[in-house]
Write a protein that binds this ligand. Structure first.
Ligand code: 3HC
Ligand code: NAI
Length: 694
């Protein structure tokens, strides 16, 4: 029984117990109806407390039911039933009161919360809007502006702020249950204060339009936020019941939208990546004391990520000067966290005096549980570093490399303990980006893999298991679609048009803006390194080499593809003649590309390589690719990731695109056999996810 009704004196107690997060499944909804009836019929009860067992108050509707036929009783009816009771109900909140969970609380007649409770309406992040009264009850409690902010931002409001806003009545000082019982005693015998009876705040169309325009700029292409604003303001002009009906209709419309399916796929995919059969039940090794080798862009960021998670960090650099520089970078990054309110200044001081140190002697790593190497991207240098680590690291220490592309098996060979070696591929900036590719080499021990995943959890990052190959999951796919994009520029497309077409599609940044951010030297040096292995028919982005040779290294030199006078990127009229010259030198007659063509080619290349990455086991499932591209490469979340997008577009259409492109260039364009097989069998990539994604 996920919902029970009991009584203590004159107070009825309704308890929801549906682990792990008390989601409002059909059984819980039915249980709540029955409990409301039991309380109504219990003449000995004059008020009730509604509470939850376990780690949290209700975290929302049961997302796994979305996309399936809805089952009665529906949540709005359940909440209406509770609100309509003629004896007061006190909601006692703890943990996270989210979505339908918060809406349930808003339908109670009073709300009290433990001090560390957080509450919010995150539905827009799932492509939905609050569909059980949130758009109509919340503004009646907190006013229009705060309600629109909470609903469209999906932010979690801490308990004290919620009390100040009027979302809840009280923050419980001591024991939550005792405080809720006391409040129920106080209200017993009084008529219930129904949120629906409160006056609706006035909604101005002009205000709504301004907010919608802001949201459209910030979240291009996303519909849920737009519909949410209209539903809140439109509903408030109507009597409550009609406002509710309008909300329900909008909720159902969004439920049927592809954006909802994509966002919920992303939600479950991000959780499914953590369930690796190979490490199920395997304990991780300790990871309190960490070491980082190299304090450049990545090493300093990795050190800060570890320090912010409460780990002890020793950072090794080549010499005293480099160590002092790394110390400065770490201090600056921590200062940034203080400025953003993420870290107390006193805690920062404590970290710098107790938990962090730099050194130039590898012997300082003798006690480290886990060491992450982030030195230059050179096999020779990495082999030297791992040989040195092998001499100083204690037995059982996990030895990790942050390499972007190099062969982790070879790096492991530089040690006498390959079972302890793993790739931990962080993304830049490492203290901000949530993705961590855990690269499992041939001989990596399962408990070392488990430690990689445990580290990610400790750092609040999303870990995805990847196999060894050139670039693992993300960078391998990136290299491939980058080649398709560069080929379009060689053939006549403008980098600015490419960037615009792909940001219009929803990417956070276009590929050429990304190059400018990373620095054009990185791509140049990679091309130099790989030049010897190049096939004569590989298409080289000679224009990128020209920019490098001109010292146009991107943002850091003030000029790359774009100009950065004053910080913001501006298109540069000097780029077109440079491109024309490169094309003329190569004997290419430039042609036009439509935006659709740019997106089709980029996506076909991405999906094609991703299918190969899945087929050869580099990624376990298509959903692992989606999680990598969503969290490391700016892929639009509301499109679910390239594999989800491919299924939605239809594999047949992608195959016919690839065939069309192959007719022009059959060196680059080869259909991945997996795509052809799935299409021939009428199956989708999602069928390979093993039922782990909605
Ligand atoms: N429905 C179904 N399952 C859910 C769920 C939900 N609402 N929320 C979490 N879960 C599941 C997760 O899939 C996970 O399952 P797994 O262990 O099998 O992988 C398990 O619960 C634990 O979740 P997390 O790993 O995310 O646990 P955390 O402690 O890190 O986070 C949380 C807890 C903050 C509650 C987080 O899970 C979360 O944000 N959940 C979603 C909240 C949400 O979006 N609610 C709104 C739903 S839409 C809605 O309510 C519509 C309404 O307006 C009608
Ligand atoms: P970087 O050049 O900024 O930093 C490298 C640092 O390593 C320098 O400070 C250097 O002094 C130090 N170093 C070199 N040899 C050393 C040694 N033997 N002992 C101690 N320190 C040594 O390079 P970056 O960008 O931080 O990259 C480091 C690694 O991370 C590379 O393997 C790179 O491929 C990878 N990586 C880089 C990403 C990025 O966006 N920059 C993203 C993910 C991975």
């Amino acid at each position: 029984m996920p919902v029970t009704y009991t009584r203590q004196g004159r107070i009825g107690i309704i308890t929801i117990d549906n682990p792990p997060v008390n989601a409002l499944s059909q059984a819980v909804r039915a249980g709540l109806m029955a409990a409301a009836d039991a309380f109504a019929a219990d003449d000995g009860a004059e008020a009730a407390v509604l509470c939850c067992a376990g780690r949290t108050w209700v975290a929302g509707a049961d997302i796994s039911e979305f996309g399936k036929p809805p089952a009665q009783p529906f949540l709005p009816e359940v909440i209406d039933r509770i609100e309509a009771l003629d004896k007061p109900v006190v909601a006692a909140l703890h943990g996270t009161a989210l979505g339908g969970g918060l809406e349930l609380a808003l339908g109670a007649h009073a709300r009290i919360a433990a001090p560390d409770t957080r509450m919010g309406l995150p539905e827009v992040t799932l492509g939905l809007l609050p569909g059980a009264g949130g758009t109509q009850r919340l503004p009646r409690l907190v006013g229009l502006e705060a309600a629109l902010d909470i609903i469209t931002s999906a932010r979690q409001v801490p308990a004290r702020q919620a009390a100040d806003l009027g979302m809840i009545d009280q923050v419980a000082d001591g024991d939550l249950t005792a405080a809720a019982m006391a409040l129920a005693e106080e209200l017993a015998g009084q008529p219930p204060r129904r949120t629906c009876d409160r006056p609706a705040p006035a909604a101005e169309d002009a205000q709504a339009e301004v907010l919608k325009a802001q949201l459209a700029r910030k979240l291009p292409g996303q519909i849920a936020q737009q519909v949410a604003v209209d539903t809140v303001t439109g509903g408030l002009a109507l009597p409550f019941a009609q406002g509710m009906a309008q909300e329900r209709a909008a909720f159902r419309r969004l439920m049927d939208s592809p954006q909802r399916a994509a966002l919920i796929h992303a939600f479950f995919a991000e959780r499914a990546v953590a369930h690796l059969p190979r490490i199920k039940g395997i304990a991780s090794r300790p990871l309190d004391r960490t070491g980082v080798i190299g304090g450049g862009t990545m090493g300093a960021g990795i050190a800060v990520a570890c320090l912010l998670a409460g780990l002890d960090v020793t950072l090794i650099e080549r010499d005293a000067e480099a160590a002092a520089k790394a110390q400065g970078t770490v201090e600056t990054l921590l200062e940034g966290a203080v400025k953003r309110g993420k870290l107390a200044a006193t805690r920062r001081d404590e970290i710098l005096s107790v938990a962090f140190r730099t050194d130039t002697d590898y012997a300082a790593l003798a006690q480290a549980d886990l060491i992450v190497e982030a030195v230059f991207e050179s096999m020779e240098v990495k082999e030297q570093v791992f040989a040195a680590l092998d001499r100083v690291a204690k037995p059982g220490a996990v030895l990790a490399t942050n390499t972007s592309y190099l062969n982790v098996n070879r790096i492991a060979d530089a040690t006498s303990r390959p079972a302890d070696v793993i790739g931990l591929h962080f993304f830049s900036p490492a203290h901000v980006m949530r993705l961590l590719e855990v690269v499992v080499a041939d001989r990596t021990a399962p408990e070392v893999v488990a430690t990689g995943f445990a580290l990610a959890k400790r750092l609040k990052k999303i870990a995805v298991r990847a196999g060894v190959c050139d670039g693992f999951i993300g960078n391998r796919i990136l290299s491939h679609y980058r080649a398709a994009v560069d080929a379009m520029v060689l053939d006549g497309a403008s980098p600015y048009q490419v960037d615009r077409a792909l940001t219009d599609f929803g990417f956070a940044m276009g590929p050429y803006a990304v190059s400018d951010l990373a620095g054009l030297d990185i791509g140049y040096l990679t091309r130099q390194r790989k030049a010897a292995d190049r096939h004569p028919r590989d298409r080289v982005p000679v224009f990128a080499d020209r920019l490098y040779e001109l010292g146009r290294l991107g943002r850091k030199s003030g000029r790359g593809y774009y100009r950065y006078e004053g910080g913001t990127p501006q298109e540069d009229p000097e780029l077109a003649p440079l491109l024309d010259q490169v094309r003329a030198d190569l004997g290419i007659s430039p042609r036009n590309f439509s935006d659709e063509e740019i997106v089709a080619r980029t996506m076909a290349a991405m999906v094609n390589e991703a299918a190969r990455v899945v087929a050869d086991g580099t990624a376990l499932r298509p959903l692992d690719v989606d999680v990598v591209m969503l969290n490391g490469y700016g892929f639009p979340r509301w499109r679910g990731g390239p594999m989800h997008w491919a299924d939605a577009r239809g594999l047949d259409r992608i195959l016919s695109d690839i065939d069309r492109f192959a007719a022009e260039d059959d060196h680059f364009w080869h259909t991945a056999p997996l795509l052809r097989e799935l299409a021939a069998q009428g199956r989708s990539l999602a069928d390979l996810n093993g039922g782990t994604s909605a």
